[in-house]
Design a protein around this ligand. Structure first.
Ligand SMILES: [Zn+2]
Length: 358
């Protein structure tokens, strides 16, 4: 990786504040070719007084066509995106595509380097920091650059997540209910094209500052994923990520069509907050249900064993609605109010699947 940086020259493009994008000579976002570059952000530390953070940005363009932005590592303990996008950036050639692919494999790079959900530099959650602030802290600066310089050029934004250290998901794409029916239709079709086992229309508990919200409010197509979790990757989740990227690129006609059959996705939703189960007390969580299993309202799906009241019986956790377990705690040790299970129900999206669009 360092060899790559040595080849780079500082850009002629200077963004707001003291950031700059390092680009190869004469390269712009409008030039055909493949450019491995980096956003350079001044970062003074105890060991590097005048140092900088170099955030990798890969720009691949060939002629006119749609632009898609892929981001991974929004949270630093979620790894399918960083691995799949790093591989995509290495493998994809400009002549393979029609349009533009922008890849930021390690969005919250300091968090990725540390293996933490939040940035170790300023303690911020990248996905609560959009649209960002050019004069803010490291995380806010990155968010501002991504929103202002990359999202603004993109038709579709695809942001990879998984459950991180604290949760595990049945692999899914994630979307939200949108008021604009045309935007919703394009989003549903994009999620369908990716071909994850589930597509979850999620009721966010806290959507302020999310990249999702910022892109959706700009009227663009936004999809994210929850591909697994627990701080590791599996062959299954990485395969879903890598195949899904190419399926989506074919759907957008950035890659040529292929005969390959896209796996069917099951659309589901978290219909209300009854689908989210929080730990009623701290202790060790014993999960009784595998991800993807159906549950019925009132069914005991887990138990919490107190570590201090050892004579007390375990506290039962019951499903509040009929549905399918799509998320569970990624760690046995839970604190009170941790999200320990999410139950989703089937969703009919047939209204949005007719009349194919781009
Ligand atoms: Zn995440």
């Amino acid at each position: 990786m360092f060899l790559v940086w040595k080849k780079l020259r500082l850009s002629k493009f200077t963004f707001t504040g003291n950031m700059s994008l390092t680009l190869t000579e004469n390269q712009t976002f409008n030039q055909d070719g493949k450019f491995i570059s980096a956003l350079k952000i001044p970062h003074s530390t105890n060991t590097s007084g005048w140092g900088s953070l170099l955030l990798p940005v890969i720009i691949i363009r060939n002629g006119d066509g749609p632009t898609v932005l892929f981001t991974g590592g929004n949270h630093g303990d979620e790894y399918e995106g960083p691995i799949a996008l790093r591989k995509l950036g290495n493998e994809l050639k400009a002549e393979d595509i029609q349009g533009q692919v922008i890849i930021v494999p390690f969005l919250n790079f300091p968090a990725i380097l540390k293996g933490t959900r939040l940035s170790p530099v300023d303690g911020l959650n990248m996905n609560r920091s959009f649209p960002g602030d050019p004069d803010g802290s490291m995380t806010q600066k990155i968010a501002d650059f991504v929103y202002r310089e990359l999202v603004s050029r993109s038709d579709v934004v695809f942001d990879f997540h998984s459950g991180g250290n604290s949760m595990i998901f049945e692999p899914c794409t994630v979307l939200h209910k949108l008021e604009d029916s045309e935007q919703m239709k394009k989003t549903v079709l994009a999620a369908k094209s990716f071909g994850a086992p589930l597509s979850l229309v999620l009721q966010e508990l806290d959507n302020k500052g999310m990249l999702d919200t910022a892109v959706e409010n700009a009227g663009k197509i936004f999809i994210s994923t929850e591909l697994g979790g627990g701080g590791f990757v599996s062959p299954r989740t990485l395969t879903i990520a890598e195949n899904g990227i190419r399926n989506l690129l074919r759907h957008l006609e950035i890659l040529p069509p292929d005969e390959l059959l896209v796996p069917q996705t099951r659309f589901m939703q978290t219909p209300d907050f009854g689908g989210y189960l929080m730990a009623p007390q701290e202790g060790l969580y014993e999960t009784l249900i595998e991800l993807g299993e159906s549950v019925t309202k009132g069914q005991v799906i887990g138990r919490i064993h107190s570590l201090t009241q050892i004579e007390d019986p375990a506290v039962e956790v019951r499903a509040q609605i009929d549905g399918v377990l799509v998320t569970r705690a990624g760690r046995a040790q839970v604190k009170i109010w941790d999200t320990i299970a999410v139950i989703a129900t089937d969703l009919d999206v047939s209204d949005f699947e007719t009349n194919s669009t781009d």
